[in-house]
Write a protein that binds this ligand. Structure first.
Ligand code: 13P
Ligand code: SF4
Length: 304
């Protein structure tokens, strides 16, 4: 922690001087998560919090689509992205043209796009969803067939929860969660009888089927807080266990995790530079932002 302390102090001082707030995703490193964030959460919580921010400057510690969502919801504020290269394999897997192709293939079916998409894709969609509300959003669609993009694994997990709908999906995947296999989970159960296994729904359905619970990153945190298992395996990004282990000393976190190379591009040094130099402001064309805002706001309204 000592090597982080000067950066943490400098960033917190600059935040005050500039009147900035830091919104940080649950996958940020512990020094960001615990040291400099004003709000932490999953994608849904960060999108909702972005609608309530009073400060003029938002520093988004997460990936690019999260900063875009904040900008879409706060067009007059400055949203700083400490590293523009912090992308997402899901967001990169589809364009607005891909949405048009799906619409042509399934005429009349509404398009539910994961928030892990670009502003253009959101603008071309009927509504957004996150892993926390995907089943609820799909169930609320006034159509028997629903198009879900771009995460095929999330779509297939939702299909099990909402069997009354015919869900068709785009062929995208998260490079972090698709690496886990059902055998990884079975091995840990055998080696640690009684261990509780919690997976993110971006994992393939055969992995989720081996887990005791599946939920968004905030859902995982809530579940651990409520159940307080003696041993837990979080089938998700590595920083999750590190970030919550201090609050749960009674829980032993075991098992493999995968690092998100995009999330890990955000470092204290880059946050400090971005705030100091005021570089890395995210811009979204207002025409695109208007339609994207409608899709995000519709999701927020339906999630209340
Ligand atoms: P959550 O909405 O569950 O935080 O997930 C975002 C994400 O990128 C997971 O890979
Ligand atoms: Fe995208 Fe997966 Fe990284 Fe989340 S963990 S930002 S879905 S690549």
């Amino acid at each position: 922690w000592a090597i982080h302390a000067p950066y943490v102090a400098a960033i917190n001082k600059l935040k005050q001087e500039r009147g900035a707030v830091v919104l940080a995703h649950n996958y940020m490193t512990p020094e960001i998560y615990h040291g400099i964030s004003d709000v932490v959460g999953d994608s849904l919580a960060l999108a909702i919090e972005a609608t309530k921010v009073q400060a003029d400057i938002i520093v988004q510690c997460g990936v690019h689509f999260m900063a875009e969502t904040s900008k879409i919801l706060n067009p007059s504020k400055t949203v700083l992205m400490p590293d523009m290269e912090a992308g997402c394999s899901l967001a990169e897997s589809i364009t607005a043209e891909g949405i048009a192709r799906m619409r042509a293939q399934y005429p009349g079916a509404p398009v539910v796009s994961y928030v892990n998409t670009t502003a253009e894709v959101k603008a071309a969609s009927d509504i957004c969803c996150t892993s926390a509300n995907a089943a609820q959003i799909v169930a609320a669609m006034d159509s028997d067939t629903v198009i879900m993009t771009p995460d095929k694994w999330l779509a297939q997990n939702v299909a099990k929860q909402v069997p009354q709908k015919r869900i068709v999906w785009w062929d995208g995947a998260c490079i972090v969660h698709e690496k886990f296999t059902p055998q990884d989970l079975r091995d840990f159960r055998e080696w640690h009888p009684g261990i509780q296994i919690i997976a993110h729904p971006e994992c393939p359905p055969d992995v989720v089927a081996e887990a005791d619970f599946a939920g968004s990153t905030a859902g995982i945190i809530d579940w651990v807080g409520k159940e307080r298992p003696a041993q837990a395996m979080l089938v998700t990004e590595c920083s999750m266990a590190s970030n919550i282990s201090d609050a749960h000393p009674e829980v032993e976190f075991l098992g493999p995790c995968n690092m998100c190379p995009y999330m890990k591009k955000i470092t204290l040094e880059k946050v400090l530079w971005s705030l100091h130099s005021m570089t890395g402001a995210v811009e979204v064309d207002e025409g695109v932002a208007k339609d994207a805002r409608r899709a995000v706001q519709r999701m927020i309204d339906l999630s209340r």
